[in-house]
Design a protein around this ligand. Structure first.
Ligand code: G6P
Length: 589
């Protein structure tokens, strides 16, 4: 993960400019940060522990500079210390680099460099990059040295490098995202578009194994062969305000509220496109749904939806486990990767595995132009707009909506599916009103001091129970676990004591009786039953009403839990947008 950003152009406040851009990438990592700026004969380096948004431009001023690069870190190798924060430099601080990803062969490279007398100042894998470029600079110019060094790094990485007094930023990509922004006589390069969205909508995507030299233009090369590569400029149509908080206190609540619109946007797809993909699913010899974290839980929900709506079995595997399932893959298999960012390393690795087996790959992504989007045979965009809060909300429900639509299309009932989802979207609009939020806030006040809570559901609501638990864990830091209601009696019920909050996800239909019985079992052991259901039931101690939308119930059932998690986080004085230890885009394995 980590966010990286560099600037080269006429602006004289390059360091501050890069810091500002990095604040837009802070969702990628926020335990420490740093910036390097060109001072002519050497580079200025400034590094800090903590959030970049705490930087005070009045207290810390930087000298004039027109070229800088910076980094917002999520620690992988080495603890959270100033020494481990990026940028990393060579011994005399004339070369600086920032790095996102993991250099898998850093041990071997470090040994080689230490033998040559290099002294390492950090515990990171990244520092080898600066020293190796330095080593090559002894016999060649900086650009050539950087190109040679990039060839030697194994693993997934995105690297930015610069040298004092050389008007050049070198950016290289193997696995981790990098996008170039083209301004008016100025250049940006970042892990994600929001870093420079205020200044340009013209972008150029680096593909895997490519490197770009930014000076008075953009010069792209293949890392392995060194040959120049032709690239085109793409105009993106994101709105700046959609990446900003507006009047909301946090991105998380803004994004929860956006679900009034996002379901409509998700299902607003060309019928022919959905039908074409449904045909691929129907003719596949084994369909695998792959995702990580919340996206993995969406896949599990989709397994139930496909079973119920399309009478089809789809396999669900979390991204990191997928390589162990590769022996089941055939050329006729279809792998459906579900991802908000389109950059999650474990999901990308699953795609690589599928491609090696020549299976077809469909991505369902939010970020257009992301690696998954570009590397898949088919791609569907959920069109939720930028999701900035670490805890996924609007992307989750949009992913479920699109997968529901695909299940209907597989059963030849696309229009029926659309009608159901349009109706659901309208009901979400009615649901997300201030009174509803107050009701959930009151519940959060009641349970905020509990140490543990549980969520149960049956069938598709089992998947939502798992997702609900993730939401609660991520931002409230309360120990939360999700279970299939029927599994409680096989162990977890031992955890219930007087007053333990237990959320019960109910939808009308054939699972209602069983899950209410499970709720009664919890209540008999003293549990405090919070029912998320279309109607109040005698077993509930606290009822959160959700509309009755049939098979689309997972979409409406998760929304009150998102709200509950948010209000618990705020009451417990946690930052819901940047929970501890987490990052939005997990680009490391
Ligand atoms: C991280 C995020 C989660 C997300 C998961 C997968 O852990 O914090 O919110 O569900 O990555 O991300 P993706 O971008 O692939 O959906």
């Amino acid at each position: 993960m980590c966010g990286i950003f560099a600037y080269l152009g006429p602006r004289k406040n390059a360091a501050e400019f890069v810091i500002h851009g990095l604040t837009k990438l802070e969702y990628r990592g926020y335990d420490s940060w740093g910036v390097a700026y060109d001072e002519g004969i050497k580079l200025g380096i400034y590094r800090q522990i903590g959030k970049i948004s705490d930087y005070d431009p009045v207290k810390t001023k930087f000298p004039e500079s027109t070229m800088a690069l910076g980094h917002s870190r999520w620690a992988t190798h080495g603890g959270v210390t100033v020494a481990n924060a990026h940028p990393h430099t060579n011994s005399d601080s004339t070369i600086a680099i920032v790095h996102n990803g993991i250099i898998e062969n850093f041990d071997e490279l470090k040994k080689e460099l230490v033998d040559k007398g290099y002294v390492f100042k950090s515990q990171t894998d990244s520092e080898v990059i600066a020293h190796l470029i330095n080593e090559y600079c002894k016999t060649m110019d900086f650009e050539k040295a950087a190109k040679e060094a990039m060839k030697r790094f194994e693993g997934r990485y995105a690297v930015l490098a610069m040298k004092a007094g050389e008007r050049k930023i070198i950016a290289a990509r193997r696995g981790s995202p990098l996008i170039v922004g083209i301004g008016n006589n100025e250049y940006f390069v970042a892990s994600d578009i929001p870093a420079f969205l205020e200044y340009t909508r013209k972008v150029m995507y680096l593909d895997d194994n490519q490197l770009v030299v930014l000076n008075n233009g953009t010069h792209f090369f293949d890392i392995t062969t060194g040959k120049p590569v032709e690239k085109r400029v793409v105009e993106i149509n994101w709105k700046t305000e959609s990446a900003e908080k507006g009047n909301f206190a946090h991105f998380m609540i803004k994004e929860i509220m956006e679900q009034k619109d996002t379901i409509y946007r998700a299902i607003n797809q060309e019928d022919s496109e959905i039908e074409k993909i449904a045909e691929e699913i129907k003719k596949a010899y084994g369909t695998f749904l792959i995702g990580c974290g919340t996206a993995g839980k969406v896949c599990l929900a989709a397994e139930y939806i496909f079973a119920k709506v399309a009478k089809r079995h789809v396999n669900v595997v979390v991204g990191s486990e997928f390589p162990s399932h590769q022996d089941f893959l055939k050329e006729k298999s279809l792998v459906i990767a579900v991802s908000q960012s389109g950059e999650t390393a474990d999901t990308l690795e699953a795609i690589e595995v599928a491609k090696k087996k020549k299976s077809k790959v469909l991505s369902i992504v939010n970020v257009e132009g992301s690696t998954m989007d570009r590397e898949s045979d088919y791609s569907l965009h959920i069109k939720a707009g930028p999701e900035k809060a670490v805890a996924s909300t609007k992307a989750t429900t949009s992913q479920i909506a699109i997968l529901t639509l695909l299940a209907y299309a597989c059963d030849g009932r696309l229009q029926e599916g659309k009608t159901l989802l349009i109706d659901t979207a309208g009901k979400i609009n009615d649901m997300l009103n201030p009174r509803y939020e107050e009701h959930i806030h009151a519940l959060a006040e009641k349970i905020q001091h509990h140490e543990s809570m549980y969520v149960i559901g049956k069938a598709v609501n089992y998947a939502i129970a798992l997702e609900a638990a993730i939401k609660l864990q991520e931002v409230s830091y309360i120990h939360a676990e999700g279970f299939a209601g029927g599994e409680l009696k096989h162990g977890p019920i031992a955890l219930i004591s007087e007053g333990t909050p237990c959320i019960v996800l109910v939808s009308n239909g054939d699972t209602r009786t069983d899950i209410l019985n499970n709720a009664r079992e919890v209540k008999a052991r003293g549990g405090f039953i919070i029912g998320v259901a279309p109607q109040n039931e005698e077993v509930f101690d606290y009822w959160i009403k959700v509309p009755d939308v049939g098979i689309a119930s997972p979409i409406v059932n998760i929304i009150p839990i998102q709200l509950l998690a948010y209000h618990l986080a705020v009451l417990r004085q946690n930052n819901p947008d940047m929970p501890r230890n987490l990052a939005k885009s997990v680009t490391v394995k």
